[in-house]
Design a protein around this ligand. Structure first.
Ligand code: KG4
Ligand code: ZN
Length: 338
């Protein structure tokens, strides 16, 4: 019954989790509020905030799991991708714990971990999880990928964005509408009250299984600019309908490509993951499409969609079982493919 302590510090969440035999015992997340006033994540401030939060966050994760440091069998951490200064904090902290406790060190790829969040089981193991092979649409603030997952650690990216990520499409659209960062969750909230068919935004024609969101961003920018010339309060007066229309287009771009991937691979176990998979419009449309197309669909619990350390712990657990460890010379990497 291996017990893993996992640390996530790739962006603006300082997180720690403990898992025992693949079951999550604790999942602590400290979200850095400091970035809100700057309209985006400031890397230097993120590193400093990680340094302040990491000891109390790890401490709380151990306490909630009712496990002490000496009972941990391995330390897992996010090695890549992410902000390098932010990754360094979690990496060096995990290395120090590994050295002090004389227990192995496990490096985790953040995007693989988002995919494997779909394998997290509830303590009574009652929720259904996908069997291999499965496809995962991973949609976050920095990435948009369709991943073919053949085994716990055997994954291949079969489609990805050529420019902005889906999360960026949400956040940049929100910015154009004058909403604060991160705008994705706010668009989601406004969209619930709006008419998704009110305004038509273009769907880009991109070959294969790749995505593009930069054209949509420009279309929204010009649309808002032109409407504001006619009525300067246009955005405020139509916020719900604009948000619903923007969200509906981002969701249709994502799901049309996902359907294409299913048609091409013949795989019908389908997952979504990453921060944007917390979006209620995407979750609903994904499940509807799954019923219509005869897929088995899986969505991680809400708390495992946005950045968290439980997903690092579950990935670390499978690396532990496979005997994949690092020595103390391991360094983080801002960009790394898997
Ligand atoms: O996975 P994540 O927490 O961090 C990265 O690895 O990037 O994803 C963050 C992204 C942000 O762009 C945020 O706006 C978006 O996920 N997001 C949402 C929602 N919740 C988070 N986008 C739309 N609707 C949401 N409910
Ligand atoms: Zn993430």
């Amino acid at each position: 019954m291996p017990q893993i302590l996992a640390i996530e510090s790739s962006c603006d969440e300082t997180a720690a989790a403990v898992c025992r035999d693949g079951i999550i015992l604790s999942n602590i997340i400290a979200t850095q509020k400091i970035h809100e006033q700057y309209g985006g994540v400031v890397p230097e401030l993120a590193s400093r905030a990680h340094l302040q939060a990491i000891v109390p966050v790890v401490d709380q994760a151990l306490k909630e799991a009712n496990v002490n440091l000496q009972e941990i069998d391995a330390f897992a951490f996010t090695q890549s991708p992410g902000l390098i200064g932010a990754l360094l904090v979690g990496t060096e902290f995990a290395k120090s714990l590994s050295l002090a406790c004389n227990k192995p060190l496990i490096a985790v790829h953040h995007m693989q971990a988002h995919v494997l969040a779909n394998l997290i089981q509830s303590p009574n193991r009652k929720n259904s999880i996908p069997t291999f092979p499965f496809l995962c649409l991973t949609v976050s603030g920095g990435h948009t990928q369709i991943v073919l997952c053949e085994d716990y650690l055997k994954m291949k990216i079969i489609g990805q964005t050529l420019d902005d990520a889906a999360g960026e499409a949400f956040d940049k659209s929100a910015k154009i509408l004058g909403l604060p960062y991160p705008g994705g969750p706010l668009i989601d909230t406004y969209a619930k009250e709006g008419n998704p068919g009110k305004y038509k935004f273009p769907e880009p024609k991109i070959d294969g299984l790749n995505f593009s969101f930069s054209g949509l961003k420009t279309a929204i920018l010009y649309f808002v600019r032109d409407e504001k010339i006619k009525n300067e309060n246009f955005v405020e007066e139509n916020m719900a309908d604009i948000c619903a229309s923007v969200q509906s287009r981002i969701v249709s771009i994502l799901l049309n490509k996902l359907k294409k991937a299913v048609d091409e691979t013949g795989i019908t176990n389908i997952c979504i993951a990453g921060g944007v998979s917390a979006n209620s419009g995407l979750r609903l449309a994904f499940e509807k499409m799954g019923i219509k197309e005869g897929w088995k669909t899986f969505i991680p619990a809400f708390e495992y969609c946005t950045d968290n350390a439980a997903m690092i712990a579950i990935t670390g657990y499978h690396k532990y079982l496979a005997g994949i460890f690092e020595d103390l010379s391991v360094v983080p990497s801002a960009r790394a493919v898997f």
